[in-house]
Design a protein around this ligand. Sequence first.
Ligand SMILES: *[C@@H]1O[C@H](CO)[C@@H](O)[C@H](O)[C@H]1NC(C)=O
Ligand SMILES: *[C@@H]1O[C@H](CO)[C@@H](O)[C@H](O)[C@H]1NC(C)=O
Ligand SMILES: *[C@@H]1O[C@H](CO)[C@@H](O)[C@H](O)[C@H]1NC(C)=O
Ligand SMILES: *[C@@H]1O[C@H](CO)[C@@H](O)[C@H](O)[C@H]1NC(C)=O
Ligand SMILES: *[C@@H]1O[C@H](CO)[C@@H](O)[C@H](O)[C@H]1NC(C)=O
Length: 354
Amino acid sequence: MHSWSLALAFGLFSGVYAHVVAPRDPQSSTAASINVPTYASIDAASALGAKIGPSGYYTEDFGGGAYMVTDGSYQSLVLVSNDGVIVVDAPPSIGHKLLYAIGNITNASVTHLVYTHNHADHIGGAAIFDPAVEIVAHYETAQLLAQVNDTNRPPPTQTFHTSHTIGCGNQTLRLEYKGDNHIRGNIFVYAPKQKVLMLVDVIFPGWVPFSQLGEAKNVPGFILAHDQVLAYDFKHFVGGHLERSGNRQDVLVQKEFMNDLFTNCKYAIDQSATNNPILGAGPLLAAVSGKDSGNPWALFKVYLDLVVGYCSNTTNEKWLNRLAGADIFDTDNAMTMIESLRIDYGVLGPFQLQ
Ligand SMILES: *[C@@H]1O[C@H](CO)[C@@H](O)[C@H](O)[C@H]1NC(C)=O
Ligand SMILES: *[C@@H]1O[C@H](CO)[C@@H](O)[C@H](O)[C@H]1NC(C)=O
Ligand SMILES: *[C@@H]1O[C@H](CO)[C@@H](O)[C@H](O)[C@H]1NC(C)=O
Ligand SMILES: *[C@@H]1O[C@H](CO)[C@@H](O)[C@H](O)[C@H]1NC(C)=O
Ligand SMILES: *[C@@H]1O[C@H](CO)[C@@H](O)[C@H](O)[C@H]1NC(C)=O
């Protein structure tokens, strides 16, 4: 896996990259002046998939006319029927390569495009398809898209609230909404004949979740989604990211990771309300208000860094060699969990009702 291409595709370092490639002035920072950390190497076979060849993409065949197309960072699902092709998501990073992948599978034309959710990094390539293609998405996705008016993401031509089944020739694709998780409108996409399940930005097979629990807007919904996934009868799982597809075991592993993160973060907050010598927040908060008097942001920053640091370190003691990327998004994921515990779950530690 080219880690740089992954980072670029995620838009992670786009600002930095622009600087390196096209400096606005000669004084701009150069690649050499950017302090790039050396993270644990990604050598676990469980983290990687098929090697992406010179075409820049790889097509995984699930059988029965179901395929996953990946560029190593992003994924689409393709369902070929005897009466047209259904495509789920069109990441801009795969872009026109998605048409080549489909063209090498079938001569049939694309009749349906499904948006799993509204995010541009997963559907911003939608404009590669004929404007006559039926676009199906959840009602909330249509609402979110209407707020921003992005011509790269044409509005859905068909929306639904709870569930919708696309029947296309010999293929069936079930779309189901179970509530907000990564973002409202994010749907479960299930091909029952092939037992393929797709849910994007929730499960990251072989890897810890992307930053901030995959940018989850609703952390309790994100956590709940693990059991909602496991309730399906599936053999293949498409998570929308990285190189390989997943399976049940990947979901169970991430569920265990999330349990650990939850437990360790909750312990840190609970202990911060006691006189625990490391985590007890009393002396720390007193010291901050002595130094940054009248500055509640300073108070919270120092407090959050303490509990996040503990939660992140404790979680990594177990997960560093089990899931790829554990040393990269450790504090980002712990911070999101700490904040959710505080404001969603009401685990307030020293800031609880007095
Ligand atoms: C449906 O038809 C397509 C195209 O003929 C074929 O590739 C696929 O295997 C069929 N799938 C099922 C489940 O019948
Ligand atoms: C098949 O794949 C190759 C490599 O990506 C591509 O150049 C070619 O255009 C594809 N064929 C079709 C019919 O799309
Ligand atoms: C598409 O049709 C052409 C011409 O009949 C054929 O050579 C080619 O193999 C077909 N492609 C696929 C992927 O079935
Ligand atoms: C969206 O774009 C169209 C065409 O450019 C414009 O007429 C419309 O006012 C825009 N709507 C919003 C909400 O920005
Ligand atoms: C977490 O680990 C880092 C690096 O080893 C260390 O600097 C930090 O003090 C630790 N934080 C806590 C709260 O244990």
